[in-house]
Design a binder for this molecule. Structure first.
Ligand code: PLP
Length: 406
Protein backbone atom coordinates (compact mmCIF):
# COMPACT_ATOMS: atom_id res chain seq x y z
CA UNK A 1 0.00 0.00 0.00
CA UNK A 2 1.21 3.52 -0.74
CA UNK A 3 2.68 5.03 2.41
CA UNK A 4 2.55 8.80 2.04
CA UNK A 5 4.24 9.35 5.42
CA UNK A 6 7.35 7.58 4.20
CA UNK A 7 10.04 10.07 3.23
CA UNK A 8 13.46 8.58 2.58
CA UNK A 9 16.35 11.01 2.56
CA UNK A 10 17.49 12.25 -0.84
CA UNK A 11 15.61 11.87 -4.08
CA UNK A 12 13.97 8.78 -5.46
CA UNK A 13 15.80 7.63 -8.60
CA UNK A 14 13.15 7.15 -11.28
CA UNK A 15 15.29 5.32 -13.84
CA UNK A 16 12.52 3.59 -15.74
CA UNK A 17 12.23 4.46 -19.45
CA UNK A 18 9.37 6.79 -18.80
CA UNK A 19 7.76 8.47 -17.04
CA UNK A 20 11.12 10.16 -16.63
CA UNK A 21 11.95 12.59 -13.81
CA UNK A 22 10.24 15.97 -14.21
CA UNK A 23 12.68 18.89 -13.70
CA UNK A 24 11.79 21.39 -10.97
CA UNK A 25 11.56 24.14 -13.59
CA UNK A 26 8.73 22.26 -15.30
CA UNK A 27 6.98 21.41 -12.01
CA UNK A 28 7.06 25.08 -11.07
CA UNK A 29 5.65 26.14 -14.43
CA UNK A 30 2.83 23.64 -13.97
CA UNK A 31 1.91 25.21 -10.65
CA UNK A 32 0.85 28.52 -12.22
CA UNK A 33 -2.85 29.23 -11.71
CA UNK A 34 -5.22 27.54 -14.12
CA UNK A 35 -6.62 30.13 -16.53
CA UNK A 36 -9.70 30.49 -18.73
CA UNK A 37 -9.10 28.16 -21.67
CA UNK A 38 -11.16 30.50 -23.88
CA UNK A 39 -9.44 33.70 -22.70
CA UNK A 40 -6.74 35.71 -24.51
CA UNK A 41 -3.78 34.49 -22.44
CA UNK A 42 -4.62 30.90 -23.20
CA UNK A 43 -4.62 31.59 -26.95
CA UNK A 44 -1.05 32.90 -26.71
CA UNK A 45 0.04 29.76 -24.80
CA UNK A 46 -1.73 27.50 -27.31
CA UNK A 47 -0.15 29.21 -30.33
CA UNK A 48 3.32 29.00 -28.73
CA UNK A 49 3.23 25.30 -27.89
CA UNK A 50 1.62 24.36 -31.22
CA UNK A 51 4.38 26.21 -33.10
CA UNK A 52 7.29 24.98 -30.98
CA UNK A 53 6.27 21.32 -30.87
CA UNK A 54 6.58 21.22 -34.68
CA UNK A 55 10.31 21.96 -34.31
CA UNK A 56 10.73 18.85 -32.15
CA UNK A 57 8.91 16.62 -34.67
CA UNK A 58 10.79 18.43 -37.49
CA UNK A 59 7.58 19.09 -39.39
CA UNK A 60 5.86 22.01 -41.10
CA UNK A 61 2.47 20.29 -40.83
CA UNK A 62 -0.08 20.25 -37.98
CA UNK A 63 0.70 18.48 -34.72
CA UNK A 64 -2.35 17.52 -32.66
CA UNK A 65 -1.99 17.67 -28.86
CA UNK A 66 -4.39 15.40 -26.95
CA UNK A 67 -5.13 15.39 -23.22
CA UNK A 68 -4.47 11.63 -23.13
CA UNK A 69 -1.73 9.11 -22.60
CA UNK A 70 0.15 7.66 -25.58
CA UNK A 71 -2.39 4.87 -25.98
CA UNK A 72 -5.02 7.48 -26.89
CA UNK A 73 -2.77 8.91 -29.60
CA UNK A 74 -2.29 5.36 -31.01
CA UNK A 75 -6.07 5.07 -31.32
CA UNK A 76 -6.32 8.56 -32.83
CA UNK A 77 -3.77 7.69 -35.54
CA UNK A 78 -5.67 4.57 -36.60
CA UNK A 79 -9.23 5.82 -36.23
CA UNK A 80 -8.69 9.08 -38.10
CA UNK A 81 -7.23 7.46 -41.19
CA UNK A 82 -8.65 3.95 -41.62
CA UNK A 83 -11.96 2.16 -42.24
CA UNK A 84 -13.41 -1.03 -40.71
CA UNK A 85 -11.77 -4.15 -42.13
CA UNK A 86 -8.76 -2.32 -43.59
CA UNK A 87 -5.58 -4.41 -43.79
CA UNK A 88 -2.67 -2.93 -41.84
CA UNK A 89 0.93 -4.18 -41.90
CA UNK A 90 2.47 -4.00 -38.42
CA UNK A 91 5.97 -5.03 -37.42
CA UNK A 92 6.75 -6.89 -34.17
CA UNK A 93 9.67 -5.26 -32.37
CA UNK A 94 8.46 -5.88 -28.83
CA UNK A 95 5.64 -5.38 -26.35
CA UNK A 96 4.54 -1.93 -27.52
CA UNK A 97 4.32 -3.02 -31.16
CA UNK A 98 2.26 -5.98 -29.88
CA UNK A 99 -0.12 -3.74 -27.92
CA UNK A 100 -0.63 -1.40 -30.91
CA UNK A 101 -1.51 -4.45 -33.01
CA UNK A 102 -3.98 -5.61 -30.35
CA UNK A 103 -5.60 -2.20 -30.47
CA UNK A 104 -5.88 -2.37 -34.27
CA UNK A 105 -7.77 -5.68 -33.88
CA UNK A 106 -10.06 -4.17 -31.23
CA UNK A 107 -10.89 -1.31 -33.60
CA UNK A 108 -12.01 -3.74 -36.32
CA UNK A 109 -8.92 -3.50 -38.53
CA UNK A 110 -7.11 -6.53 -39.97
CA UNK A 111 -3.51 -6.23 -38.81
CA UNK A 112 -0.90 -8.56 -40.28
CA UNK A 113 1.97 -8.90 -37.82
CA UNK A 114 5.35 -9.64 -39.36
CA UNK A 115 8.82 -9.85 -37.84
CA UNK A 116 11.83 -12.04 -37.23
CA UNK A 117 11.07 -15.50 -35.81
CA UNK A 118 11.18 -16.32 -32.10
CA UNK A 119 12.64 -13.77 -29.75
CA UNK A 120 15.10 -12.48 -32.35
CA UNK A 121 12.58 -9.83 -33.36
CA UNK A 122 12.70 -8.47 -29.80
CA UNK A 123 16.46 -7.89 -30.11
CA UNK A 124 16.65 -6.17 -33.51
CA UNK A 125 15.02 -3.26 -35.31
CA UNK A 126 12.49 -3.35 -38.14
CA UNK A 127 13.82 -5.26 -41.16
CA UNK A 128 12.78 -2.93 -43.97
CA UNK A 129 13.38 -5.62 -46.60
CA UNK A 130 10.61 -7.74 -45.04
CA UNK A 131 8.22 -4.80 -45.33
CA UNK A 132 9.28 -4.23 -48.94
CA UNK A 133 8.74 -7.90 -49.84
CA UNK A 134 5.26 -7.96 -48.26
CA UNK A 135 4.18 -4.74 -49.98
CA UNK A 136 5.53 -5.95 -53.33
CA UNK A 137 3.26 -8.98 -53.06
CA UNK A 138 0.28 -6.71 -52.33
CA UNK A 139 -0.34 -5.78 -55.95
CA UNK A 140 -4.00 -4.94 -55.24
CA UNK A 141 -2.91 -2.38 -52.61
CA UNK A 142 -5.17 -3.90 -49.97
CA UNK A 143 -2.75 -2.80 -47.22
CA UNK A 144 -3.73 0.70 -46.15
CA UNK A 145 -1.04 1.45 -43.58
CA UNK A 146 2.36 0.30 -42.35
CA UNK A 147 2.85 0.75 -38.57
CA UNK A 148 6.21 0.59 -36.84
CA UNK A 149 7.68 1.59 -33.48
CA UNK A 150 10.71 3.89 -33.70
CA UNK A 151 12.09 3.35 -30.18
CA UNK A 152 10.77 0.08 -28.75
CA UNK A 153 10.67 0.89 -25.04
CA UNK A 154 10.26 -2.74 -24.03
CA UNK A 155 13.62 -3.75 -25.50
CA UNK A 156 15.84 -0.68 -26.03
CA UNK A 157 16.00 -1.14 -29.79
CA UNK A 158 15.43 1.62 -32.36
CA UNK A 159 14.37 1.21 -35.98
CA UNK A 160 15.52 2.92 -39.15
CA UNK A 161 12.40 4.83 -40.21
CA UNK A 162 14.00 6.32 -43.34
CA UNK A 163 14.68 2.74 -44.51
CA UNK A 164 11.01 1.82 -44.02
CA UNK A 165 10.01 4.85 -46.12
CA UNK A 166 12.44 3.76 -48.85
CA UNK A 167 10.96 0.24 -48.75
CA UNK A 168 7.44 1.61 -49.30
CA UNK A 169 8.60 3.92 -52.09
CA UNK A 170 10.68 1.20 -53.78
CA UNK A 171 7.48 -0.68 -54.64
CA UNK A 172 5.40 2.51 -55.13
CA UNK A 173 2.92 1.34 -52.53
CA UNK A 174 0.31 3.94 -51.42
CA UNK A 175 0.03 2.73 -47.79
CA UNK A 176 0.30 5.36 -45.08
CA UNK A 177 3.38 5.17 -42.86
CA UNK A 178 2.55 5.45 -39.14
CA UNK A 179 5.30 5.59 -36.54
CA UNK A 180 5.19 5.37 -32.75
CA UNK A 181 8.00 7.46 -31.27
CA UNK A 182 6.37 7.78 -27.85
CA UNK A 183 9.69 7.13 -26.13
CA UNK A 184 11.96 8.43 -28.88
CA UNK A 185 10.81 12.02 -29.29
CA UNK A 186 13.23 14.65 -27.94
CA UNK A 187 15.77 11.94 -27.05
CA UNK A 188 16.54 10.20 -30.35
CA UNK A 189 16.91 11.88 -33.75
CA UNK A 190 13.50 12.02 -35.42
CA UNK A 191 12.43 13.69 -38.70
CA UNK A 192 8.72 13.52 -39.48
CA UNK A 193 8.82 15.40 -42.79
CA UNK A 194 12.19 14.27 -44.11
CA UNK A 195 11.41 10.60 -43.46
CA UNK A 196 8.02 10.90 -45.12
CA UNK A 197 6.00 9.78 -42.09
CA UNK A 198 2.23 10.24 -42.40
CA UNK A 199 1.28 10.00 -38.73
CA UNK A 200 3.78 10.15 -35.87
CA UNK A 201 2.47 9.20 -32.44
CA UNK A 202 4.21 10.46 -29.31
CA UNK A 203 3.74 11.20 -25.63
CA UNK A 204 4.79 13.62 -22.91
CA UNK A 205 6.32 11.48 -20.18
CA UNK A 206 9.61 10.47 -21.80
CA UNK A 207 12.05 12.78 -23.62
CA UNK A 208 9.80 15.80 -23.10
CA UNK A 209 10.30 15.40 -19.33
CA UNK A 210 6.62 16.03 -18.51
CA UNK A 211 4.26 13.97 -16.39
CA UNK A 212 2.02 11.56 -18.31
CA UNK A 213 -1.16 13.06 -19.75
CA UNK A 214 -0.34 14.66 -23.10
CA UNK A 215 0.09 12.81 -26.38
CA UNK A 216 0.55 13.79 -29.99
CA UNK A 217 -0.26 13.01 -33.60
CA UNK A 218 2.03 14.74 -36.12
CA UNK A 219 0.35 14.66 -39.53
CA UNK A 220 1.20 14.76 -43.23
CA UNK A 221 -1.03 16.25 -45.96
CA UNK A 222 -1.65 12.66 -47.16
CA UNK A 223 -2.85 11.63 -43.69
CA UNK A 224 -5.17 14.63 -43.51
CA UNK A 225 -6.56 13.71 -46.92
CA UNK A 226 -7.10 10.10 -45.78
CA UNK A 227 -8.94 11.35 -42.69
CA UNK A 228 -11.58 12.94 -44.92
CA UNK A 229 -12.67 9.50 -46.23
CA UNK A 230 -11.91 7.21 -43.26
CA UNK A 231 -14.93 5.39 -41.82
CA UNK A 232 -13.82 4.16 -38.39
CA UNK A 233 -15.87 5.90 -35.68
CA UNK A 234 -13.87 8.89 -34.52
CA UNK A 235 -15.34 11.64 -32.35
CA UNK A 236 -13.14 12.89 -29.50
CA UNK A 237 -10.02 12.02 -31.52
CA UNK A 238 -11.19 13.68 -34.78
CA UNK A 239 -8.47 15.86 -36.26
CA UNK A 240 -10.60 18.28 -38.34
CA UNK A 241 -12.26 20.15 -35.47
CA UNK A 242 -9.04 20.31 -33.49
CA UNK A 243 -7.03 21.65 -36.44
CA UNK A 244 -9.68 24.32 -36.96
CA UNK A 245 -9.69 25.43 -33.31
CA UNK A 246 -5.87 25.25 -33.10
CA UNK A 247 -5.59 27.91 -35.83
CA UNK A 248 -6.21 30.53 -33.14
CA UNK A 249 -4.51 28.60 -30.30
CA UNK A 250 -7.60 26.96 -28.80
CA UNK A 251 -9.14 23.46 -28.54
CA UNK A 252 -12.74 22.33 -29.15
CA UNK A 253 -12.85 21.05 -25.55
CA UNK A 254 -11.10 21.87 -22.27
CA UNK A 255 -7.39 21.19 -22.77
CA UNK A 256 -5.10 20.34 -19.82
CA UNK A 257 -3.93 23.89 -19.16
CA UNK A 258 -1.30 23.16 -16.53
CA UNK A 259 0.34 20.38 -18.55
CA UNK A 260 0.53 22.87 -21.42
CA UNK A 261 2.39 25.32 -19.15
CA UNK A 262 4.77 22.43 -18.51
CA UNK A 263 5.04 21.68 -22.22
CA UNK A 264 5.87 25.30 -22.95
CA UNK A 265 8.66 25.20 -20.36
CA UNK A 266 9.96 21.84 -21.62
CA UNK A 267 10.10 23.14 -25.18
CA UNK A 268 12.04 26.23 -24.02
CA UNK A 269 14.52 23.95 -22.25
CA UNK A 270 14.93 21.50 -25.16
CA UNK A 271 15.10 24.09 -27.93
CA UNK A 272 17.36 26.24 -25.73
CA UNK A 273 19.83 23.36 -25.31
CA UNK A 274 19.49 22.60 -29.02
CA UNK A 275 17.89 19.40 -30.32
CA UNK A 276 21.17 18.06 -31.71
CA UNK A 277 22.87 18.66 -28.33
CA UNK A 278 20.02 16.85 -26.60
CA UNK A 279 20.47 13.85 -28.92
CA UNK A 280 24.28 13.84 -28.44
CA UNK A 281 23.82 13.95 -24.65
CA UNK A 282 21.52 10.92 -24.82
CA UNK A 283 23.91 8.98 -27.10
CA UNK A 284 26.84 9.60 -24.75
CA UNK A 285 24.97 8.48 -21.62
CA UNK A 286 23.72 5.41 -23.47
CA UNK A 287 27.27 4.51 -24.50
CA UNK A 288 28.47 4.87 -20.90
CA UNK A 289 25.66 2.57 -19.78
CA UNK A 290 26.55 -0.06 -22.36
CA UNK A 291 30.20 0.06 -21.25
CA UNK A 292 29.04 -0.62 -17.69
CA UNK A 293 26.94 -3.59 -18.83
CA UNK A 294 29.87 -5.02 -20.83
CA UNK A 295 32.19 -4.63 -17.83
CA UNK A 296 29.69 -6.53 -15.68
CA UNK A 297 29.95 -9.30 -18.27
CA UNK A 298 26.21 -9.15 -19.05
CA UNK A 299 24.36 -9.09 -22.37
CA UNK A 300 22.42 -6.14 -23.77
CA UNK A 301 18.89 -6.88 -25.00
CA UNK A 302 19.57 -5.07 -28.30
CA UNK A 303 21.70 -7.45 -30.37
CA UNK A 304 22.48 -4.99 -33.18
CA UNK A 305 24.88 -2.15 -32.27
CA UNK A 306 23.60 -0.12 -35.26
CA UNK A 307 20.25 0.34 -33.52
CA UNK A 308 21.11 0.68 -29.83
CA UNK A 309 18.58 2.95 -28.14
CA UNK A 310 19.85 6.26 -26.75
CA UNK A 311 16.86 6.21 -24.37
CA UNK A 312 17.21 2.96 -22.41
CA UNK A 313 19.33 -0.16 -22.14
CA UNK A 314 17.96 -3.64 -21.49
CA UNK A 315 20.29 -5.73 -19.29
CA UNK A 316 19.84 -9.50 -19.66
CA UNK A 317 20.30 -11.57 -16.49
CA UNK A 318 22.41 -14.72 -16.41
CA UNK A 319 20.47 -17.99 -16.63
CA UNK A 320 18.56 -18.65 -13.42
CA UNK A 321 18.53 -15.04 -12.14
CA UNK A 322 15.13 -13.37 -11.87
CA UNK A 323 15.51 -9.78 -13.08
CA UNK A 324 12.50 -8.73 -11.01
CA UNK A 325 14.22 -9.95 -7.85
CA UNK A 326 17.20 -7.72 -8.70
CA UNK A 327 14.85 -4.79 -9.35
CA UNK A 328 13.15 -5.40 -6.02
CA UNK A 329 16.47 -5.27 -4.16
CA UNK A 330 17.47 -2.04 -5.93
CA UNK A 331 14.11 -0.49 -5.12
CA UNK A 332 14.00 -1.54 -1.49
CA UNK A 333 17.64 -0.90 -0.58
CA UNK A 334 18.53 2.08 -2.77
CA UNK A 335 15.19 3.76 -3.57
CA UNK A 336 15.67 3.41 -7.32
CA UNK A 337 13.06 2.20 -9.83
CA UNK A 338 14.31 0.23 -12.84
CA UNK A 339 12.11 -0.84 -15.74
CA UNK A 340 10.55 -4.29 -15.68
CA UNK A 341 10.85 -6.58 -18.70
CA UNK A 342 7.44 -6.86 -20.36
CA UNK A 343 5.44 -9.50 -22.22
CA UNK A 344 7.31 -12.44 -23.70
CA UNK A 345 10.61 -11.60 -21.98
CA UNK A 346 9.24 -10.89 -18.49
CA UNK A 347 11.76 -11.61 -15.74
CA UNK A 348 14.70 -12.09 -18.12
CA UNK A 349 16.13 -8.58 -18.00
CA UNK A 350 15.71 -5.12 -16.50
CA UNK A 351 15.68 -1.79 -18.28
CA UNK A 352 17.80 1.22 -17.31
CA UNK A 353 16.26 4.52 -18.42
CA UNK A 354 18.83 7.24 -19.26
CA UNK A 355 16.52 9.75 -20.87
CA UNK A 356 15.27 13.24 -20.35
CA UNK A 357 16.58 15.18 -17.37
CA UNK A 358 19.64 12.99 -16.86
CA UNK A 359 23.30 14.01 -16.53
CA UNK A 360 26.66 12.36 -15.87
CA UNK A 361 26.19 12.15 -12.12
CA UNK A 362 22.59 10.95 -12.35
CA UNK A 363 23.83 8.16 -14.57
CA UNK A 364 26.79 7.30 -12.32
CA UNK A 365 24.48 6.99 -9.31
CA UNK A 366 22.08 4.89 -11.37
CA UNK A 367 24.83 2.52 -12.47
CA UNK A 368 26.15 2.32 -8.90
CA UNK A 369 22.66 1.34 -7.73
CA UNK A 370 22.49 -1.36 -10.39
CA UNK A 371 25.93 -2.71 -9.55
CA UNK A 372 25.22 -2.84 -5.82
CA UNK A 373 21.86 -4.49 -6.53
CA UNK A 374 23.47 -7.12 -8.78
CA UNK A 375 26.02 -7.95 -6.09
CA UNK A 376 23.36 -8.22 -3.40
CA UNK A 377 21.35 -10.49 -5.69
CA UNK A 378 24.38 -12.76 -5.98
CA UNK A 379 25.12 -11.99 -9.62
CA UNK A 380 28.86 -12.34 -10.10
CA UNK A 381 29.88 -9.25 -12.07
CA UNK A 382 33.11 -9.63 -14.04
CA UNK A 383 34.39 -6.11 -13.31
CA UNK A 384 33.09 -2.78 -12.14
CA UNK A 385 30.68 -1.24 -14.62
CA UNK A 386 30.74 1.93 -12.55
CA UNK A 387 34.47 2.33 -13.20
CA UNK A 388 34.05 1.56 -16.92
CA UNK A 389 31.30 4.15 -17.26
CA UNK A 390 33.22 6.69 -15.21
CA UNK A 391 36.32 6.25 -17.41
CA UNK A 392 34.22 6.85 -20.51
CA UNK A 393 32.39 9.87 -19.09
CA UNK A 394 35.66 11.38 -17.86
CA UNK A 395 37.41 10.93 -21.19
CA UNK A 396 34.49 12.48 -23.06
CA UNK A 397 33.60 15.20 -20.53
CA UNK A 398 33.03 18.55 -22.16
CA UNK A 399 35.93 20.96 -21.91
CA UNK A 400 33.74 24.05 -21.47
CA UNK A 401 31.86 24.79 -18.26
CA UNK A 402 28.33 23.42 -18.25
CA UNK A 403 27.27 26.96 -17.41
CA UNK A 404 29.01 28.53 -20.42
CA UNK A 405 26.64 29.63 -23.17
CA UNK A 406 26.25 26.78 -25.67
N1 PLP B 1 4.28 3.03 -27.21
C1 PLP B 1 5.48 3.06 -26.60
C2 PLP B 1 6.71 2.87 -27.42
C3 PLP B 1 5.56 3.26 -25.23
O1 PLP B 1 6.75 3.31 -24.61
C4 PLP B 1 4.36 3.43 -24.48
C5 PLP B 1 4.41 3.62 -23.02
O2 PLP B 1 5.41 3.44 -22.38
C6 PLP B 1 3.14 3.39 -25.16
C7 PLP B 1 3.15 3.20 -26.52
C8 PLP B 1 1.85 3.56 -24.43
O3 PLP B 1 1.76 4.87 -23.96
P1 PLP B 1 0.95 5.24 -22.63
O4 PLP B 1 1.40 4.29 -21.57
O5 PLP B 1 1.35 6.68 -22.39
O6 PLP B 1 -0.50 5.11 -22.95
Amino acid sequence: MLNLDFHPSGRHFLQIPGPSPVPDRILRAMSYPTIDHRGPEFGALGRKVLADIKKVFKTEHPVIIYPASGTGAWEAALSNTLSPGDAVLMYETGQFATLWKKMAEALGLKPEFIGLPGLDGWRRGVQADMIEARLRADTAHAIKAVCVVHNETSTGVTSDIAAVRRAIDAVRHPALLMVDTISGLASADYRHDEWGVDVTVSGSQKGLMLPPGISFNALSPKAIEASQHAKLPCAFWGWAEIIEANKTGYWPYTPNTNLLYGLSEALDMILGEGLENVFARHRRLAEATRRAVSAWGLQIQCADPAVYSPVLTGVIMPEGVDADAVRKIVYERFDMSLGQALGKIRGTMFRIGHLGDCNDLTLMATLAGCEMGLRLAGVAVAASGVVAAMDYLTSTARTASLRAAA
